[in-house]
Ligand binder design. Structure first.
Ligand SMILES: [Zn+2]
Length: 142
């Protein structure tokens, strides 16, 4: 697996933010919020010249942030892969690219120095307001 921890740390230092929307803007990825009634949570689309992230605007704010962080992972880690569109139906899809994008999202949204290893995963999930799956990705339990 790529060293996603180091890559995300570098990205955060470069742009001085963990905000996925801001990072997307800095690196010229177009983010659009579109209403989908069910099923689709988001997309990553790459054309010859442009990259787009589309987020389902009916999701709650925290879910939108997670999807955006995950899609940003695809945009940065998988731009050389022969894929032109990735569609998300679930928050934590399985597969090599998906696992890397999940790890990217976990590294971006959870700072190392705020981890509380004295807490259980479900307690940390509550503390950060993030799903347990994301905490597990952060802790390299996947
Ligand atoms: Zn994905």
């Amino acid at each position: 697996m790529k060293n996603i921890h180091a890559r995300v740390r570098h990205l955060i230092q470069k742009f001085n933010t963990r905000n996925p929307a801001k990072i997307a803007k800095y690196i010229n990825i177009h983010v659009k919020y579109t209403e989908y009634s069910y099923g689709t949570k988001g997309f990553f689309i790459k054309t010859l010249r442009n990259k787009f992230i589309i987020v389902n605007s009916t999701l709650d704010e925290e879910s939108q942030r997670i999807i955006l962080a995950h899609e940003l992972g695809h945009a940065l880690l998988h731009y050389n892969e022969p894929i032109s569109i990735i569609r998300e139906y679930t928050f934590f899809p399985i597969g090599p690219f998906e696992r890397e994008a999940n790890k990217f999202a976990a590294e971006l949204l959870i700072p190392d120095d705020e981890l509380r290893l004295d807490l259980s995963i479900s307690e940390m999930s509550q503390l950060f307001g993030l799903p347990e799956e994301l905490i597990k990705y952060k802790l390299n339990l996947y």
